[in-house]
Every structure is written in C-alpha cells, then in structure tokens.
Design a protein around this ligand. Structure first.
Ligand code: PMP
Length: 393
C-alpha cells in the first residue's frame, strides 16, 4: 500500500530547528520558530497557568467527553475577548473550540468549502507559511495580495486593494488581525476602515487570523482592526489562538468564530462546525481550554504577565535598534524598532540568511524572518553586529 510513497521534503522551519539543535557552537541563537522567551532565553509556564492547573487538579473534574463545540466557558470568554464586551455583535456570533489556531483555520476552511466551494482565499505575500497549505487542504483555491511597508511602519493599502480588484464576490480575504507574521507590520486604523468598506463593496468575506492578540499594543488595542470588521460587516470569520498570548503552545487551544448577518443563521452554522469536528477528531481537548477559561474569567494575573511579555518584546526592539544605530546600521535595518509583535522580516536575501547562520550561528528563516521575542538580553549587541556584518552599512 505504501510502496509508492516517497518521503516529503522536511518543512523548512523544522529543518531549521534540527540544524540549530545539531549545531555544536555554544553561542548559537535560534530565532526561527515563534516562541516567546524571557531575558534569559527560557519559555516558562505562566504563573497564572500554573495556578489554574493546580486549581483544576484539586477540583479533579471528571474526564468524560465534552461537547463537540468544546468548553462553553472558554468559547464565551474568547468571543468577548475578540469582539469586545457588551457589543450587539455578540448576538450574531457562533464560537467553537479548536485544536489551536491551526485547527481554527482548518475548521473555517472546511466551513467555507461546505458553504462556497468555489471561493478563492486571498492571503498576504509575504505571509504565514501555513495559510496556503491549510486552505488548499480543504480544497479551496488561494491567491495573494502584497503586504508591504508604506514607509511609516504600517501596511501599504494601495497595492493590496489593487490586487484584490481581481477577487470575486464571495471570495475570502484572509488577513492577520495584529502582529503580522512574518513582517511585524500591521494595518493602520484608517486602513482597517478602508478594507472593511472594500469588503462590503466587493462582497468579500474577511477571515481574520488572531494568533497574537495582546502581544502588540494590548489585548483591546490589538482587536480594534478585527472589531472594525465585525461592526461593519454581516459575515466575518475569526481564527484565534491561545498558544502565544497564554503560552499554551502544546495544549493546542484556540477558537473558530463565525459572525453571521442574522442570529437565525447561527444554528445551521454551529451544526456544520460541529459536523466538521465530529468527522475530524470529535471532541476537542479540554485541558488547555479549562486553563484558558480560568485566565479569561480571572484576568488580572494573566493581563500582568501578558503585559510583561509585551513590554519585553518592545524593550528588545528598542535595545536592538540602539545597538544597530550605535554600530552605524543602514535605515533598512532600523525598521525593526517600529514593528509589532514577535516577528520582523529582515531585508536580507536567502543567501545572506545562510551566511548569518553559517558565520554567526544565528538561525532565522531563509525568507528573513527572525523571532524578536526569542532574543535573550546577552545576544542583542552581537546580533546587531552580525546583521551589519552580513547586510552591510
Ligand atoms: N496563524 C498565524 C499567523 C500564526 O503565526 C500561527 C502560529 N505560528 C498560527 C496561526 C497557528 O497557531 P497555533 O500554534 O495555535 O496552531
């Protein structure tokens, strides 16, 4: 049965992880994968998570199956986090628990494939490496719009909108809600408004990918673009992840939300989402969702720790900017300071990224993405010098 199968090429990100693991140089620096690390390079479990886990263990609730749509406390609290408290849009929202943000994207892709199989999903270029494969795995076509800096650190809307002129009514605009992976550049508030208008005028359905809420400007601030969409449009799809902002990476905790024009459409959408879950994995895992529900419903300790993560990312950006400036870096490299969230896309070629790895033991993706949230304090100045050595002044 399997004799005609050939091994697939290793995903470049995992290949990078393996190469870093096998590198004997003691000063090696892994800026490949998107994981938050503290000033000493560790990724500890948040105190709020540890507290929630202790409470859950003491309460020892039963392990019986949960509903297909997951933990209702969790999905309700996530819906409020995404859409805002006390907003009429809450009445139009259906949310199910998913296996991380990836599971949310795939669940929504399957929903789109059920409702409108001919839809093309438009994603950013550069963009998240898994968007195309996830959408195509559900049988959907994909296309791209450009995502580039307008010179002020935000996304240039003009080339984006002109690419979207080729989109058909009913097509899906997959857009990252904040902290764009891999560029770190986001839409301004004005651009979100213009994009919402464009979707309305052209009949496009936004699918907002929220993988980093709270790691840019703040939990509320980072949801503003999404909420411009949800306030202005009848139908909006949202994929959310608790991997980064709660540090729940391996617990695979996320949600898929569908905003429908009329509350009467919710029941059908929920039943299709539950059907997708049923034929994929049945019930989602409870542990991460129970932890996340505790964090969301007693938010103060979590907000403090999330704020500390956000502040550290900001501080690393500022310090890296200073170190680059002190060493005479060109303007192109200094844009790192203005980016949002965990990532920045360096203006280095794939060959220069190879040199960074081979000569300086610094691992980023060949596209030039580095995880700013993964730079320990002691590596900031050496990184600045290495970047200038490879890129030039
Ligand atoms: N969307 C984007 C833009 C991401 O960067 C990621 C994770 N790196 C995901 C979705 C998937 O999140 P998760 O790890 O929760 O599956």
């Amino acid at each position: 049965m399997f004799s005609d199968l050939h091994p697939l090429p290793l995903d470049p990100l995992w290949a990078l992880q393996n190469a870093h693991r096998d590198d004997p140089r003691p000063h090696k620096l892994n800026l490949g994968i998107g994981i938050y690390r503290d000033a000493h390079g560790h990724t500890p479990v948040l105190n709020a998570v540890q507290h929630a886990e202790r409470s859950l263990a003491e309460a020892a609730p039963s392990k019986v199956y949960r509903p297909l749509s997951g933990n209702a406390d969790f999905t309700a609290a996530m819906t409020r986090l995404l859409l805002g408290e006390h907003t009429p849009t809450l009445d139009r929202a259906v949310t199910v628990q998913t296996v991380g943000g990836t599971g949310a994207l795939r669940t929504l892709a399957d929903l789109i494939a059920s409702a409108h199989p001919d839809a093309t999903v438009w994603t950013s270029n550069p963009g998240y490496a898994n968007h195309h494969p996830l959408m195509r795995a559900a049988g959907l076509l994909t296309a791209e719009y450009p995502w580039q800096d307008d010179g002020t650190g935000t996304t240039d809307l003009r080339p984006m909108l002109s690419a979207l002129d080729a989109a058909q009514p009913g097509d899906i605009l997959l857009v990252q809600g904040c902290c764009h992976n891999p560029t770190g550049i986001d839409l301004s508030q004005e651009s979100w408004h213009a994009l919402a208008q464009h979707c309305q005028g052209r009949g496009l359905i936004p699918l907002v990918d929220m993988a980093y809420q709270g790691l840019g400007q703040g939990l509320t601030e980072d949801a503003q673009g999404l909420q411009i969409m949800t306030r202005h449009l009848g139908t909006v799809l949202i994929a959310a992840s608790c991997s980064k902002n709660m540090g729940l990476y391996c617990e695979r905790t996320g949600t898929a939300t569908v905003l429908v024009p009329q509350p009467s459409e919710k029941a059908a959408v929920l039943s299709v989402l539950e059907g997708i879950a049923r034929r994929t994995y049945s019930m989602p895992p409870e542990h991460g969702a129970a932890i996340a529900a505790a964090l969301l419903n007693t938010p103060h300790p979590w907000h403090q720790e999330l704020g500390a993560m956000r502040d550290r990312i900001r501080t690393v950006r500022t310090q890296l900017g200073h170190a680059l400036r002190d060493a005479g870096a060109p303007h192109d490299l200094l844009t790192i300071e203005h980016h949002q969230g965990m990532f920045s896309l360096l203006p280095l070629t794939p060959e220069q990224m190879d040199t960074l790895r081979d000569h300086h033991a610094i691992y980023g993706t060949r596209e030039g993405r580095i995880n700013i949230a993964g730079i320990p304090d002691h590596a900031i100045t050496p990184l600045a010098h290495a970047l200038i050595a490879v890129y030039g002044r």
